[in-house]
Ligand binder design. Structure first.
Ligand SMILES: *Cc1c(COP(=O)(O)O)cnc(C)c1O
Length: 219
């Protein structure tokens, strides 16, 4: 299947209220341009270095989402142009993003990344940590940040019951925080599990390989 066929297929699977973040990590600028030309404007990258290389070569109305673990010392490289940082997993990082946003006189949108998977390796806040940070946010401790929602990744497993359970945990937290301050985005679901994520309440999905094809990490 071509990128165009993949993209059209994925779009056909998404209800109107669900945003698609096209995850372009490891794929060349030419492939991103191809998907851009089909109308896609929101792209996700997981490495600062990679988005810094691609950003200058592509149209300026792309909304770049950083979806991978972000070290505080790298925030300064993306603060001017990043649309949303989906992978916020510490107070330190929030403070740093806020500081850099001040320099560019802008507000940076972020999602709190919450750990919902069983696997030890996944980054993210515990539920209680996410609640506590959200309270600090409500207390105006990060005035140049807008927390627009939550992001999470389910365990990599064939067990759909488990995936459903994990997504539902995040949906419940989303509903709880949303009562305190209205949130836009519940980002969960990737190529293999986005239909389940949408059933569980996701309104933004991060899809990479199902659009661009398999990633070749040997290049
Ligand atoms: C790579 C990645 C995705 C996309 O994964 P696919 O399985 O290729 O769709 C989504 N979210 C995050 C955080 C990622 O790192």
């Amino acid at each position: 299947m071509s990128i165009q066929e993949n993209y059209n297929y994925i779009k056909s699977q998404l209800p109107d209220h669900v945003q698609l973040v096209a995850v372009s990590k490891t794929h060349p600028v030419s492939a991103i341009q191809e998907v851009y030309d089909l109308g896609q404007r929101v792209f996700g990258e997981n490495k600062v270095q990679e988005v810094l290389e691609k950003y200058p070569l592509l149209p300026k109305d792309i909304q770049w989402h950083l979806i991978g673990h972000l070290q505080t010392n790298k925030v300064k490289y993306i603060a001017e142009f990043v649309d949303t940082i989906q992978s916020v997993d510490s107070e330190r990082l929030l403070l740093e993003i806020n500081k850099e946003a001040v320099k560019y006189n802008r507000t940076i949108k972020v999602l709190l990344q919450v750990k919902i998977a069983e696997e030890e390796s996944k980054f993210g806040l515990e539920i209680d940590e996410a609640k506590a940070l959200f309270q600090q946010y409500l207390n105006d401790e990060f005035p140049h940040i807008e927390i627009t929602g939550l992001m999470g990744m389910a365990t990599f497993t064939d067990n759909e019951q488990q995936i459903r359970k994990e997504f539902s945990v995040l949906k419940n937290l989303f509903d709880e925080l949303n009562k305190q301050k209205s949130l836009e985005t519940l980002s969960m679901g990737m190529s293999d599990d986005f239909p389940v994520a949408i059933e569980c309440g996701a309104n933004s999905v991060r899809v990479g390989s199902a659009i661009f094809g398999r990633r070749d990490y040997t290049k």
